[in-house]
Write a protein that binds this ligand. Structure first.
Ligand SMILES: Cc1ncc(COP(=O)(O)O)c(C=O)c1O
Length: 502
């Protein structure tokens, strides 16, 4: 006898795709209105809320008592509770950290990708997502001028990672495995594993150090930097060599060098060419990585690519954040490898449920072998829509605009030598300054506090040789010369308001 189906709850009404169509239009209007209000500067870039503000607005302890709120009322609550507590990264007066822009084409592509919901961990799990990622990362590699080896037609290839920090874990893991490959037994490998050393500039973003911690690479050397005549603070080959020599003498094993093109604090760039030539780098087959999260994007402009070429020619891996100058939103770090073998060897854990003839026949790329998780969002689609809609020309235009405006801003600030000091040249889209004659940084810190309290613009500070500097990182794609002039007028006015002694 056929068993009877047990009584079932109703299919949720909320899964109705016709309602989705209706609500979707409202969401699109909501988004477009939000961007229009930013353009018109209807609110400041930085929120005025205090910690815990949201608890007052959204009941925390209970889930909503009854589902079925209209989408209109949900959007209203986002407008009244969430928007006031946001930092508006896409605001024209946002100059903090580095840009995190998005283009309408990327947002639309990402929306389609989200709607298709393809956790394409291997080719079978989504042939389209896997193949599109291969195609767009090869497009990007060519647009950046990377060597053919770093495409899927070569020995390497590109992967879209959630963040540079996760890319760092992948690169360091591959480096670790390559270093340990020289040892035969488990015991030897274990012993060697405790001796691996990673080298980074003291200016580097913490992501490499964090990756080292995650992977139990105990020895991380922060190489001191010194100012060069052109105002750069590079990690120099001689200093890396000295650190490596001392480590080798102590019985340790150089494994990884994290080079930078555009550090977060001051956009320093390292001495790629000479570092790659160091005898110990060759002897230990040290993995060279380039963190070009922000400034690497300039390589899409052929006239700006030359300084990167020695790195492109020598590194084993690199990353550029698509979330920054490529306007691809968060969750889009481009990572490229020269030789994919060590990555796959490190990450290709599998199970019988994943076995299939395409993988077995090495006919496909299974992206689960290149990142930390299993399932992954369909990131390639937003790259695809953006590169088609905006083109590389669109990306180039923003980069050139920001680099030109940064030079202009630097000139404008320099014209007020009675108020400001410019300790660094404008680098890419970043301009750093401090108050003049402020050895102990007290007045510059005061200016920062005043600017952050007033919230008319948003910027953050950094430190250079023990002194505070204020950073202006150009972000909004529509910035103009007049914006720079108004910004300088405002900064001069605020700078003059800081008491002459504190
Ligand atoms: C130079 C540099 N490297 C790495 C990172 C880390 O990026 P993510 O947030 O993608 O991990 C940043 C973040 O701004 C950065 O500026």
């Amino acid at each position: 006898m056929k068993p009877g189906c047990p009584p079932l709850p109703p299919i949720p009404e909320a899964m109705d795709w016709e309602k989705f169509r209706e609500n979707g239009h409202k969401v699109v209007d909501f988004i477009a209105d939000y961007y229009q209000s930013l353009k018109e500067r209807k609110m400041p870039p930085q929120s005025a809320v205090e910690p815990g503000y949201l608890k007052q607005l959204i009941p925390q302890k209970e889930a909503p008592p009854q589902p079925g709120a209209s989408f209109e009322s949900i959007l209203q609550s986002i407008q009244s509770s969430i928007i006031p507590g946001m930092t508006h990264w896409q605001h024209p007066d946002f100059y903090a950290w580095f840009p995190a822009q998005l283009s309408p084409a990327a947002l639309l592509g990402d929306t389609v990708a989200s709607s298709l919901n393809q956790p394409g961990f291997n080719w079978m799990a989504s042939p389209a997502a896997s193949e599109l990622e291969v195609i767009v990362t090869d497009w990007l590699a060519r647009a950046l001028g990377l060597p053919p080896a770093m495409t899927w037609e070569g020995t390497g290839g590109g992967v879209l990672q959630p963040s540079a920090s996760e890319a760092a874990v992948v690169a360091l893991l591959a480096a670790k495995n390559r270093s340990l490959d020289r040892f035969q037994t488990e015991v030897e490998k274990q012993d060697a594993s405790n001796k691996l050393v990673c080298y980074v500039s003291e200016q580097a973003h913490f992501c490499t150090e964090k990756a080292a911690r995650i992977l139990s690479i105990w020895h991380v050397r922060h190489i001191k930097t010194q100012r060069t005549a052109d105002g750069n603070y590079p990690m120099l080959a001689a200093d890396v060599a000295a650190a490596m020599e001392a480590d080798v003498k102590a019985g340790l094993i150089p494994c990884f060098i994290g080079e930078n093109y555009g550090t977060t604090g001051i956009c320093a760039t390292d001495d790629f060419e000479r570092i790659a030539q160091l005898p110990l780098v060759k002897e230990y087959n040290v993995w060279l990585n380039l963190d070009a999260a922000y400034a690497g994007a300039v390589a899409v402009c052929p006239e700006m690519r030359a300084p990167l070429q020695p790195a492109f020619d020598t590194v084993d891996s690199l990353w550029v954040n698509g979330s920054k100058w490529f306007s691809l939103m968060t969750n889009a770090s481009f990572q490229f490898f020269r030789d994919r073998r060590y990555v796959v060897q490190s990450l290709s854990a599998t199970g019988e449920y994943l076995a299939n003839k395409y993988t077995a026949g090495s006919m496909v790329v299974d992206f689960k072998d290149y990142h930390l998780g299993l399932g992954r969002p369909f990131r390639a689609l937003k790259v695809y829509t953006t590169l088609q809609f905006m083109g590389i020309e669109g990306i180039q235009a923003t980069i050139r605009r920001h680099c030109g405006l940064a030079q202009y801003l630097h000139h404008l600030l320099a014209a007020h030598a009675d108020v400001f000091e410019l300790p660094l040249p404008a680098k890419f889209g970043l301009v750093c300054f401090r108050l003049a004659n402020d050895e102990d940084s007290k007045r510059t810190n005061k200016l920062l506090e005043m600017l952050q309290d007033e919230r008319r613009i948003m910027l953050v500070h950094s430190e250079l040789e023990g002194r505070t500097i204020l950073r202006i990182a150009l972000a909004y794609p529509g910035l103009t010369g007049e914006d720079m002039e108004e910004l300088v007028d405002y900064l001069v006015k605020k700078g003059q308001e800081v008491p002459s002694s504190l």
